[in-house]
Design a protein around this ligand. Sequence first.
Ligand code: NAD
Ligand code: UD1
Length: 362
Amino acid sequence: MTDSEKQCVLVTGGAGYIGSHTVIELIQAGYPVVVLDNLVNSYKGTTQPNPNGVIVSLQRCEEITKTTIPFYEVDLLDKDAVRQVFKKHGDIGFVIHIAGLKAVGESCDLPLLYYNNNLVGTITLLEVMKEFGVYNIVFSSSATVYGDPQYLPIDEKHPVGGCTNPYGKTKYFIEEMIKDLCKSSKQWNAVLLRYFNPIGAHISGLIGEDPQGHPNNLMPYISQVAVGRRPELSVFGSDYDTPDGTGVRDYIHVVDLAQGHVAAIKKFKENCGLKVYNLGTGVGYSVLQMVKAVEKASGNKVAYKICPRRPGDVAISYANPELAERELGWKAQKGLQEMCEDVWRWQSKNPMGFRIAENGSE
Ligand code: NAD
Ligand code: UD1
């Protein structure tokens, strides 16, 4: 490993689902890591014998990696606090910007919250990076920027900007901002990673997806039904033009996704300028195939009922992941059954997620 590769990586949103898995892969690849998160969507345990509380996801990352992970409870909107993190860690060479609000429905009800948090938070981060001479950023984008697919599989040349909800638009606008920044100066290097549908959990079963309240996404919903926390899944639409009529998506194991970030960091060695990659498997599965796969992994029945389509959903979405393989040397390795087994290990060991169920309520 070269010296430049050993520079520290600041992970924003590192206490969350994708962030915590990325932190582990970075540490295991030899990168020193600093985490910044305002904990708006991560859990701080108060029942531990620690007067300041414990960030349970990060505590478990420390257990897995057997390292201490420097953590700052900082909001990206607080510029001075972000500056302090860069000041304290003068060896930050790369930023993986994962922090953001991500609930589609909430973004339709509270668009200004989403534009402020995601856009202004990113602008603040980029300004502070510039102040401290850090010009390498990986950004968590989403396949949502493609909107309703015009062709399949979706490659990076597919038109973007077709998304209709404020959450998706924040991803598109941030991509455009970062593209303009890279055009403005050759100093900047940026890798935009368009995630398809991340699911799964670390093989230890210690960390995984822990949505607060009612899950919006399919996999956490199915696994909460399988573990008995919810009575049944609502299947949104059975009349799509797909083999079984239910929606088809490209589900990718979160550990494969996390390893995609390590590959992206390595790209900065080449002074790569702006790069955009899909992180997906190239294979689509329907909602009912996902139900069956979790039933197989858990040995439990997953009750479901067919409901009307969810507004804004597309019938089919899956990636062409070849560019990432060619240019990053990265390819998803884990198949559907492994994803479901890992989800089940996490869900069955932690039926209430990171929360300690003191009174059975959420
Ligand atoms: P998550 O909510 O688990 O993680 C996001 C983290 O960012 C949380 O810990 C939250 O507390 C933190 N955060 C939010 N706003 C912040 C702010 N202003 N300052 C500091 N920290 C802040 O979500 P996730 O599933 O891990 O998603 C991570 C990123 O990936 C998000 O940007 C999301 O939009 C993007 N993404 C997720 C998916 C998915 O299916 N999970 C798909 C595509 C893209
Ligand atoms: C959704 C968001 C997308 C976001 C992504 C990650 C919408 C329209 N899209 O993607 O912007 O980037 O999450 O946060 O919300 N399903 C059910 N029942 C459920 C939940 C989902 O049948 O309770 C179906 C959906 O109709 C879809 C599939 O499962 O066919 C996957 O849904 P989901 O996990 O929400 O992901 P996306 O819709 O692909």
